[in-house]
Design a protein around this ligand. Sequence first.
Ligand SMILES: *[C@@H]1O[C@H](CO)[C@@H](O)[C@H](O)[C@H]1NC(C)=O
Ligand SMILES: *[C@@H]1O[C@H](CO)[C@@H](O)[C@H](O)[C@H]1NC(C)=O
Ligand SMILES: *[C@@H]1O[C@H](CO)[C@@H](O)[C@H](O)[C@H]1NC(C)=O
Ligand SMILES: *[C@@H]1O[C@H](CO)[C@@H](O)[C@H](O)[C@H]1NC(C)=O
Ligand SMILES: *[C@@H]1O[C@H](CO)[C@@H](O)[C@H](O)[C@H]1NC(C)=O
Ligand SMILES: *[C@@H]1O[C@H](CO)[C@@H](O)[C@H](O)[C@H]1NC(C)=O
Length: 541
Amino acid sequence: MFKEMGRRSQAVLVILCLLKTVKAFEMEVIPAERIVAQIGDTLVLTCNATGCASPSFSWRTQMDNPLGGKVSHHRTYSTLTMNPVSSVNSHEYLCTVICDEKKKKEKSVKVELYSFPSDPIIEISPSLVAGKPATVICKIPDVYPSSHLEVVLMKDKHILHETNFYADDSTNTETKIVTYSFHPTVEDIGKVISCVARLPIANMDFEPKERTSSQKLNANFGPQNTIITASPDNSPMEGGSLNLTCVTQSNPPPKIVWRKYLAEESIQHLIKNDVLSIPHVRFNDSGRYICEVINVVTNKTEKATVDIIIQGAPVITKLSIEPSTTVQEGENVSIQCSAESNPPPKIILRRKSDNSGIRPYSARSILLPSVTFRNGGDYECVAENKFGNSKSEITLNVKYGPKNTVITVIPTAAVKEGETVTMKCTSSGNPAPVISWKKKLVTGESVKISENATLTIQDLKSEDLGLYECEAYNQYGKEEKAVKLYVQARLEKADQVIPFIIAFSSVAAVAVPAAAILIYVSRQAKINGSYSLVKALRLKV
Ligand SMILES: *[C@@H]1O[C@H](CO)[C@@H](O)[C@H](O)[C@H]1NC(C)=O
Ligand SMILES: *[C@@H]1O[C@H](CO)[C@@H](O)[C@H](O)[C@H]1NC(C)=O
Ligand SMILES: *[C@@H]1O[C@H](CO)[C@@H](O)[C@H](O)[C@H]1NC(C)=O
Ligand SMILES: *[C@@H]1O[C@H](CO)[C@@H](O)[C@H](O)[C@H]1NC(C)=O
Ligand SMILES: *[C@@H]1O[C@H](CO)[C@@H](O)[C@H](O)[C@H]1NC(C)=O
Ligand SMILES: *[C@@H]1O[C@H](CO)[C@@H](O)[C@H](O)[C@H]1NC(C)=O
């Protein structure tokens, strides 16, 4: 059994030896021939031998400079690790393999270096002020070989400055700086400053070969070109909304204050940054508006103004009676109406009960010197323009003492004893007078007999004869009227008792102004009712 196995092993060995002799001794360096490495990265060179049982490896540079890396030998290969790759590694590296101390092979690889690790850094001298010089600094960090570096500074698409470092002979990475000064204008605000750095080495294979950084230009400047825009326009309709926008060029944004010219006072409308918003404009919002802007760059106030005229149908702003809506007769009264609108309104002020065709007061005010009760009533003011009209009313209440006190006797003709007579007393006055009846006794004394305006005497007798007085009273005065019941005739017939014929006569009208009333104009008290004997007799016969 063992014998058998031994023989087989021998056969395998023979085959292996045959294979070994077939595969020749070879070596390679990975990566082959040429490598482009970035300074700072890690680079591993591998030297690999095949067809040799125990190869020995050695590394060296062309000029026998230090290797600048760590060598690590393994059974069939060796590595040279450069971590990090630095400027000392720019060499042609040669790997030598000796197999069985006889056969020697070697290969070289060229390590080429570059460094372009990050985008440029742009710095613009802080707090730029328009019109004053500004400096743009572009830094390109850790470049190698800088003799290939090209830098372009741009403002939007426009080239500001171009430079290169072809004359550079630095042997290590360097941070290159490009500086450029210019005068930014207001128009430059918001434009983009770009720094484009290129390392165009045609025969070196690396990416990227171009790096760009950009920064927006943000120059500071004081407010300028300030204007106010009005939406919808400078003549908005009353009741609508109005937005005034203060448009200015300023960086940093300015502080904005709104004022209205009237009284130089700032106005209290809703202020939203640069917009003055009036949701419902009134006529009194017409006027000159001022927008004042200021920023810390100049500390100088810039102003813009706009004139606003509110248009619309009239609005009655005042309808009043002087000295008061309630007056006494004789006072001097004035009624005034005013309205606002643009275009200006036509105002008509008149007494409502007057027929509009007849004598309309077409003025803004009515003067009523020494007012009478006839002037009392509702007054109307109408203001009108092409956009429409508005109306308002006010009541003039003229107080006056009782007047036109009248006694009406029913029936109107003489009556006979036993019949009924009704005496009605009416009077005008404001407030309405209180009416009462008195009867004058034989003693001369007057006795109040009724608080009612209507006095009815039924079943007329001789005791009812006499003087009846009606008194109309209010706080502004009193007026009295009297009617006398007397026997006008005594008719007799043989067979019967003939009653009295009783007649009436109005007597003595008395107007008594209250002490407080200085002016009492009534001279119009009328005596009413005069009944002739002849007429009465005729009726009765
Ligand atoms: C060496 O070369 C052989 C044959 O080409 C391959 O199989 C092996 O992986 C290589 N070794 C290294 C470390 O590259
Ligand atoms: C004014 O601004 C307000 C709020 O922004 C808006 O609702 C309104 O429509 C604006 N009015 C005009 C006339 O532009
Ligand atoms: C403007 O007029 C309105 C009514 O139309 C009134 O309420 C407001 O007080 C007036 N404002 C001023 C400042 O007179
Ligand atoms: C404007 O005023 C502010 C604060 O009062 C001050 O800090 C700033 O220097 C002033 N600027 C100029 C240009 O005067
Ligand atoms: C009314 O006006 C007249 C003339 O203007 C004046 O003489 C008179 O005293 C005035 N009366 C009253 C009650 O003010
Ligand atoms: C006055 O008399 C009439 C008729 O007699 C009566 O209807 C009325 O109520 C009376 N008024 C008063 C205030 O007594």
